[in-house]
Design a protein around this ligand. Structure first.
Ligand SMILES: Cc1cc2nc3c(=O)[nH]c(=O)nc-3n(C[C@H](O)[C@H](O)[C@H](O)COP(=O)(O)OP(=O)(O)OC[C@H]3O[C@@H](n4cnc5c(N)ncnc54)[C@H](O)[C@@H]3O)c2cc1C
Length: 440
């Protein structure tokens, strides 16, 4: 193994592997460190939007078995829980994404990285300090080994130790909990699409991860600890929102094994590192998985970091890019998880607009796929949704003479209107109060 490297990448998750491969493609020698190779066996990112797939293509990674087995993903189907027809939201221009088992993707990406001559992979090896000289602990020998590299790229995930070592606050906030269940031998209502439903506890997402397996992701508020403990209570909260074959497959899955819950967290993507130490992927920031944008944003970080000279240059490129995907994730999660009656009106308005306008379906999917990150597009969508919901709700209350409710409703829609306004202010990121860490 070389003793000096051009780049040291900390963490061999999906984004660390992509970063190592991207630097090696440019002829750089890379040290790739992984503290816990089994960390990828947890439930985590499995859906990648077309913007992420495009970057994987450039890295020569689309031939991976994880992709080939499943075929392309064409978009999402949203199932309103009012008995009306599902709404199909395809990606614009025939673009496609992928979905697969997380651990399978990471192990294939690691194998690809290890096979590249320019990359030296060391595991289990944990970065333990940055100053006075960066060093890692080689867990098998117990030796602390100095890193001699011109740049350090930290892809050490949402609990990034490198962030701490740089003196940057964690500033992440818990949102909810999500369980990932495996449903066997189930046909999805429309194959090739991810399916989104609103359950009693929170949003439900289902997508194929293998020929005979569908992943069902169940979201529940942090306060719903009973649902996390009791599979029967969980089934009762979720099953009414599901078509009968899905409910049956869920019952079988819950009988076979207890679900494992992962906490979902939010951290705004504003700090990208210092000097020659840069952060990529979840080490920069994370959003709720409902919009499945974590890996795609991390891959965008990789694309930007190999082009940049230092952390400042890289941060300028990425801060502007991540603003809209981050706000979209927070706004949509509110729409799908909040049970207030005015949010129900927003949800119905969104479904109506999607049903009636092909242009709006296209705009939404461009935003979701992060191929359109214009604040104006975000503002237009959310203004239309909010305006229609307010007109319908306030109109009904006025007709019925419910004056106090009119006042409350106007106040609540005024709060909602800050989403489209935020879209129009290029430097502003709206972060709902409950997701603000101290220091935001
Ligand atoms: C429940 C859930 C569902 C999700 N679903 C989606 C989805 O469908 N689509 C999507 O795009 N995103 C999704 N995400 C987000 C996605 O999982 C992350 O964005 C993605 O895993 C980030 O990759 P990463 O490589 O930055 O970090 P990680 O995947 O966390 O990898 C970090 C790696 O660094 C290693 N490491 C940590 N510290 C050190 C150290 N000091 N030294 C060396 N190595 C270290 C860790 O062991 C780990 O292997 C989901 C997240 C959750 C929680």
């Amino acid at each position: 193994m070389r003793t000096d490297h051009d780049v040291a990448v900390v963490g061999a998750g999906p984004i660390g592997c992509a970063a190592a491969i991207a630097f090696a493609q440019r002829g750089a020698s890379v040290l790739l460190l992984e503290a816990n190779p089994r960390a990828s066996e947890r439930f985590a990112g499995e859906w990648i939007h077309p913007s992420g797939v495009e970057i994987l293509e450039k890295l020569g990674l689309t031939g991976l078995e994880a992709f080939a087995e499943n075929g392309p993903r064409r978009g999402f189907v949203v199932h309103p829980n009012d008995g009306s027809d599902p709404i199909v939201l395809p990606y614009p221009d025939g673009a496609t994404g992928v979905s697969f088992d997380h651990s399978k993707l990471v192990s294939e990406m690691r194998c690809r990285a290890v096979s590249i001559r320019e990359i030296d992979y060391v595991a289990p090896a944990k970065l333990v300090r940055l100053e006075p000289t960066p060093a890692y602990l080689h867990r098998e020998t117990g030796a602390v080994i100095e890193i001699r590299a011109k740049r350090i790229v930290a892809a050490d995930g949402r609990r990034s130790g490198t962030r701490r070592m740089l003196g940057l606050p964690d500033s992440s906030v818990g949102i909810s909990f999500m369980a990932g269940l495996t449903l066997e031998n189930l046909d999805l209502p429309l194959e090739g699409f991810g399916h989104v439903m609103s359950g009693l506890a929170g949003p439900i997402m289902s997508y194929r991860i293998a020929k005979n397996q569908v992943r069902m992701c169940l979201d529940a508020p942090a306060t719903a600890s009973q649902l996390r403990r009791d599979p029967d209570a969980l089934y009762d909260a979720v099953a009414p929102a599901l078509p009968a074959p899905m409910a049956k497959a869920l019952a079988e899955s819950l009988k076979a094994r207890k679900p494992v819950w992962m906490e979902t967290r939010f951290r705004t993507r504003t700090a990208y590192g210092r000097g020659n130490v840069v952060l990529v992927g979840d080490a920069v920031g994370c959003t709720h998985p409902l919009t499945a944008v974590g890996i795609s944003l991390g891959l965008k970080d990789v694309e930007a970091v190999v082009e940049s000279v230092d952390a400042a240059d890289y941060g300028v490129r990425q801060r502007a890019f991540a603003r809209v995907p981050e706000m979209l994730s927070n706004a949509l999660y509110q729409v799908f998880s909040d049970t207030q009656y005015d949010t129900e009106a927003i949800r119905q308005s969104m479904f109506h607009i999607w049903r009636s306008s092909a242009a709006e379906r296209r705009r939404t999917m461009g935003l979701l796929a992060a191929t359109d990150v214009r604040g104006r597009a975000f503002a237009t969508s959310f203004f239309r949704i909010g305006f229609r919901a307010a007109r319908k709700t306030v109109g009904g209350d006025l007709r019925d003479g419910r004056w106090r409710r009119v006042r409350d409703t106007v106040g609540r829609f005024a709060t909602w209107s800050t989403w489209p306004i935020a879209g129009l202010l290029p430097r502003y990121r709206k972060i709902p109060p409950h997701l603000r860490a101290s220091g935001h």
